[in-house]
Design a binder for this molecule. Structure first.
Ligand code: ATP
Ligand code: HSE
Length: 320
């Protein structure tokens, strides 16, 4: 369960007294999520989410993340909004950690992904890309092509423990991705981790995006590639071209793709598969047995990478 920092009720009540959000009625730790400690707070005014930012979040990035949620919500995107305390600050400190309260978003993430979820995701992602325009803070994507080799080098000596030959296969792919990675496509603010557990639906209707803690400035089509990987493969590892077609078609109704973006999709999907393969591999090799959070399977992303490496063009994603 992802509650790394325990809070007692007196400390929490004192913390909340600095806000205009009513009095604490109850609170409980949220088991989901792996990066930060999250609490559901119920006050006399309703539910809120309290997040204590743990070690993997760089405190210097927090003004970007919180400012972005404000900017996106202000431009009509359904997402949590940081709540400022009476001193006007949303970013505060609790139990020695940076902490923020954000508004509660109704809905649930889809446990069984259906085609209509993908269609609605495409619309929401494109709206997010448009809503991000004009946001003045910037954050480099530390997990884009420049960040992959250091992660690989850290995992390389033990990569073959996961699968014989894995280190060589990643090395070959990485050479290719570094040589061919595009730089001249439309860019802007991307979510960069819009996996199903970060997208909420209420009565089968999209109700909002959460978890902007990987958001950054990068190629917009790369965000689409992340989603194709995270939403359009089935449990038997097959690619569902219908889901991909719906995701892409609804995205392109809101923010049309340039030809260059379309043509780059197989490479961007390959790169996004590499990103999650490497972060998962690193975690797999560095999470102590019996740890609190179970690491995610890196091999899932090796299979996705192989799929994209074998496609002959963007037509593989259900496009005409
Ligand atoms: N604003 C919100 N409204 C409602 N529920 C939320 C909100 N923010 C977070 N949650 C709940 O907390 C859970 C964990 O949140 P989140 O995904 O941000 O965790 P994390 O540890 O920061 O990230 P990660 O998913 O990268 O591990 C979500 O699955 C959801 O149940
Ligand atoms: N979405 C990531 C986890 C970190 O947010 C993964 O599935 O590997």
């Amino acid at each position: 369960m992802a509650v790394y920092t325990e809070i007692d009720d007196q400390t929490l009540s004192a913390f909340i007294a600095d806000y205009d959000i009513g009095e604490l009625v109850s609170y409980k730790g949220i088991a989901e999520g792996v990066e930060n400690s999250n609490y559901l707070l119920v006050t006399s005014q309703g539910p809120y989410i309290l997040t204590l930012y743990e070690k993997r979040v760089n405190p210097a990035d927090l003004p970007f993340f919180l400012g972005l949620m404000n900017h996106l919500a202000g431009n009509g995107l359904a997402c949590p909004t940081p709540v400022a305390a009476r001193d006007g600050e949303a970013l505060r400190e609790l139990c020695g950690r940076p902490a923020a309260i954000v508004t509660f978003l109704r809905g649930m993430w889809p446990r069984r992904i259906q085609a209509h979820h993908c269609a609605q995701l495409g619309t929401a992602l494109a709206r997010m890309h448009l809503a991000g325009e004009g946001f003045t803070l910037t954050r480099r994507n530390a997990l884009s092509v420049d960040g992959w080799r250091p992660l690989f080098e850290a995992a390389r000596p033990r990569a073959d423990e996961v699968m014989p030959g894995l280190a060589d296969e990643i090395a070959r792919e990485l050479d290719l991705l570094e040589a061919r990675w595009p730089t001249d496509l439309p860019h802007g603010v991307i979510h960069a981790d819009a996996f199903p557990d970060n997208v909420f639906y209420l009565n089968d209707q999209f109700s909002g995006l959460i978890d902007f803690y990987f958001a950054c400035n990068d190629l917009l089509a790369y965000d689409v590639a992340v989603c194709l990987n995270a939403w359009c493969f089935e449990a038997d590892r097959s690619f569902n071209a219908t889901k991909a077609r719906l995701l892409l078609a609804s995205y392109r109704k809101v923010r049309p793709f340039e030809d260059a973006e379309l043509n780059a999709l197989p490479l961007l999907c390959r790169g996004s598969a590499m990103r999650f393969l490497l972060t998962r591999l690193y975690d797999w090799l560095n999470t102590p047995a019996g740890a609190f959070v179970k690491p995610k399977d890196p091999m899932e992303y090796l299979h996705k990478l192989r799929f994209h490496a074998a496609v002959s063009g963007p037509g593989a994603y259900g496009l005409e």
